[in-house]
Design a binder for this molecule. Structure first.
Ligand SMILES: NC(=O)c1ccc[n+]([C@@H]2O[C@H](COP(=O)([O-])OP(=O)(O)OC[C@H]3O[C@@H](n4cnc5c(N)ncnc54)[C@H](OP(=O)(O)O)[C@@H]3O)[C@@H](O)[C@H]2O)c1
Length: 264
């Protein structure tokens, strides 16, 4: 069912949240931007009741600063509780939640925190739809920063079908306004959709493209993390989309070329 109600975007300044705001605004939808920089905090609940007043749908694209399991679990638990409770009081009808492909296979780390996030959202009271996305094109730069050490960038040995955050944002916006595709029943018992880019990408290649564009002379080396109990999942393809996933461009190369042209 299509709706023309107000949509709140939690994480409105983030990699994917900013695109949800742009797409909805381009569609003429009334959008409420939720982020600490906008004065609204999903963890403490500050100004959240006011922000959700009159809102029909919420897109939860928020994420805390730390990917560490404990900190991320605390973030998602508090944020979900507040979005669900303040949202129910405000009469919100649906929540669309961003998660990660393969997250249900992880036993620890950020993947485990995302499972807590999904479960808490699906427990309601507001009905939630989970969109599991592949790693964003925009995330490669963050991975490079995490792995940078003395002229070498250590990237995880990870099979990934990178997707543009804008492409994920378009799906989230459609779901928020009731125009998205029907989700399937997922492994977590709730409605789930998967979205990924058009092809598997090689992290060393794409990191190399970014480094060259920035004029950096660095060595890029793929590494495994033997201390990570889920390390094998990254290399086995657990993060790759399933057969029913939505696959949509641009490829990393197309996205990257567009970015470079825009900045030229
Ligand atoms: N990055 C990826 O490749 C990827 C792939 C698949 C799925 N996902 C999922 O997509 C979601 C968004 O990820 P992202 O990479 O786009 O995140 P991000 O760029 O780190 O952005 C996080 C957003 O959350 C906001 N935020 C943080 N703390 C907040 C608080 N206490 N109250 C209100 N807003 C807060 C931030 O704004 P302020 O700092 O101004 O508060 C920012 O707008 C996450 O659930 C993530 O798991 C990410």
């Amino acid at each position: 069912m299509e709706t023309h109600g107000k949509v709140a975007v939690a994480g409105a300044t983030g990699r994917v949240g900013r695109h949800v705001v742009d797409v909805l605004t381009e569609q003429g939808c009334e959008v409420v931007a939720i982020s600490r920089s906008a004065g609204v905090d999903v963890v403490t609940g500050d100004e959240l009741a006011e922000a959700l007043r009159g809102v029909e749908s919420v897109v939860d694209a928020s994420s805390g600063a730390s990917p560490e399991q404990h900190a991320a679990t605390e973030f998602f638990t508090a944020a979900t509780h507040n979005l669900q409770q303040f949202g129910a009081q405000a009469g919100v009808k649906r929540i669309v939640v961003v998660s990660i492909i393969g997250t249900d296979r992880f036993t620890a780390g950020y993947g485990a925190a995302k499972q807590v996030h999904e479960r808490a959202m699906l427990a309601g009271p507001i009905p939630a739809t989970v969109v599991r996305a592949a790693q964003f094109h925009e995330f490669v730069s963050q991975l490079m920063d995490w792995g940078r050490q003395d002229g070498t960038i250590y990237t995880p040995k990870m099979r990934t079908q990178l997707v543009a955050a804008r492409t994920v944002g378009e799906l989230l916006a459609d779901l928020a306004t009731g125009r998205g595709p029907a989700p399937a029943r997922g492994s977590n018992g709730g409605p789930i959709l998967e979205i990924a880019g058009p092809r598997e990408e090689n992290l060393v290649e794409v990191a190399g493209l970014l480094a060259a564009h920035r004029g950096e002379t660095v060595r890029i080396e793929p590494v495994s993390n033997p201390d990570d109990p889920d390390g094998a999942l990254y290399e086995s393809g657990a993060l790759l989309p399933g057969p029913h996933a939505i696959l949509a461009g641009p490829t990393f190369q197309e996205w990257f070329t567009g970015q470079a042209d825009e900045k030229a």
